[in-house]
Design a protein around this ligand. Structure first.
Ligand SMILES: Cc1cc2nc3c(=O)[nH]c(=O)nc-3n(C[C@H](O)[C@H](O)[C@H](O)COP(=O)(O)O)c2cc1C
Length: 271
C-alpha cells in the first residue's frame, strides 16, 4: 500500500530542499494552510485573568509591558528563560519574578531573544554549569536552572551553583503521561551523549534536538531570512531582534501585505 501523507508548510520557502524527502517517503507535497499560532495577546491575557494560574511562563522574552502588568495584577508570577546574563538582566528589568537560566544542554528551542548576531550567539552558548552562577550573581530574582538536569545529582549541583529551583524537560519525555510518540520515545532511549545537535533546520529557530537525516544532510544551520516588515520581535523566520518593549515590532506595510508576512512568521513569545 502506498502512503499518502500530507505535510503542513510544504508551500513555505525552502520546501524545494525538502522535495527529495517528500518523494522518498511518498508524502503529498500539496500545500496546506499553515497552523496559525498567535503571539501572547489580548485573548490569551483574558484567559489568564479568568483562570489566574500561579505562574505564567514565557520563552523568547516577554510580551508587551501592558500585558505583563495585567498578568501580574491577576496575581500570577511571571517567569521566562535567559540564555545569557544580558537576557537575565533584561527579564528582571521588565518584570520577571524569576529567571530560568537555560544552559546550552537544554533540549528544545533556545530561548535566545537579545542576540543581534544569531550565528555568534549560537556559537557561544554557555553550558548550565557556567551560566547558572553567573546569572545568580547578576539578578536579584530567583534563578531556575535548566539544561541537562535529569536526577537528584543535577538538582543538587544546580542548588550549589546558586539556583533556587530547576526545570527539567527531556527527562520527562518518556513518562507515561507525556504525549511523546513511540518513534520519539525509541529515539530518546537509543540516544547517546553525542547524539544531539544545536540546529535551526527543523523550525527556523535554534533548538537542541536528536540529530536525524535532516540536519546531517541539510547542514545544522540555515541563515534565517529577515523579512523587513515582520511584526514579531523574536521571529524564527527573521531571527531575534532586540525590542526595548519586548513587544512586537509594528509593521509599516499595508494590511494585505502585513497579513501575508505575518502568516510566514511564528509568534514572538511562546508560553
Ligand atoms: C521537546 C521539548 C519541548 C519544549 N517546549 C517548550 C515550550 O513550549 N516552552 C518552554 O518554555 N520551554 C520548552 N522546552 C524547554 C524546557 O523548558 C527547558 O529549557 C529544557 O527542557 C531544559 O533542559 P532539559 O531538556 O535538558 O531538561 C521544551 C523542551 C523540550 C525537550
Amino acid at each position: 500500500m502506498r502512503l499518502r501523507k500530507r505535510m503542513p508548510g510544504a508551500s513555505r520557502p525552502g520546501a524545494a530542499r525538502l522535495s527529495p524527502y517528500y518523494r522518498e517517503l511518498e508524502i503529498d507535497e500539496t500545500p496546506l494552510p499553515r497552523l496559525d499560532l498567535a503571539p501572547f495577546g489580548e485573548a490569551m491575557c483574558e484567559v489568564i485573568e479568568a483562570t489566574r494560574p500561579d505562574v505564567v511562563s514565557f520563552h523568547f522574552g516577554l510580551p508587551a509591558a501592558a500585558l505583563v502588568a495585567r498578568i501580574k495584577a491577576a496575581g500570577c508570577r511571571v517567569i521566562s528563560s535567559a540564555t545569557t546574563v544580558e537576557e537575565a538582566r533584561w527579564l528582571e528589568a521588565h518584570g520577571a519574578d524569576a529567571v530560568i537560566a537555560q544552559g546550552a544542554e537544554a533540549g528544545g528551542h533556545r530561548a535566545t531573544f537579545l542576540a543581534s548576531d544569531l550565528d555568534r550567539a549560537m556559537a557561544s552558548q554557555s553550558g548550565t554549569l557556567a551560566l547558572v552562577p553567573q546569572i545568580a550573581e547578576a539578578v536579584q530574582v530567583p534563578v531556575i536552572a535548566a539544561g541537562g538536569i535529569a536526577d537528584g545529582r543535577g538538582v543538587a549541583a544546580a542548588f550549589a551553583l546558586g539556583a533556587s529551583g530547576v526545570q527539567i524537560g527531556t527527562a520527562f519525555l518518556r513518562c507515561p503521561e507525556a504525549g511523546t510518540s513511540p518513534l520519539h520515545r525509541e529515539a530518546l532511549l537509543r540516544a547517546r551523549d553525542n547524539d544531539t545537535v544545536l540546529t535551526n533546520v527543523f523550525t527556523g529557530r535554534p533548538a537542541r534536538a536528536i540529530a536525524n537525516r535532516l540536519p546531517r544532510e541539510l547542514g545544522l544551520y540555515r541563515r534565517p531570512r529577515r523579512i523587513s516588515h515582520c511584526r514579531w520581535a523574536n521571529c524564527p523566520c527573521c531571527g531575534p531582534r532586540p525590542s526595548s518593549r519586548g513587544a512586537a515590532i509594528s509593521c509599516r506595510s499595508g494590511p494585505a501585505r502585513r497579513s501575508r508576512l505575518e502568516r510566514k512568521c511564528l509568534p514572538g513569545n511562546w508560553s
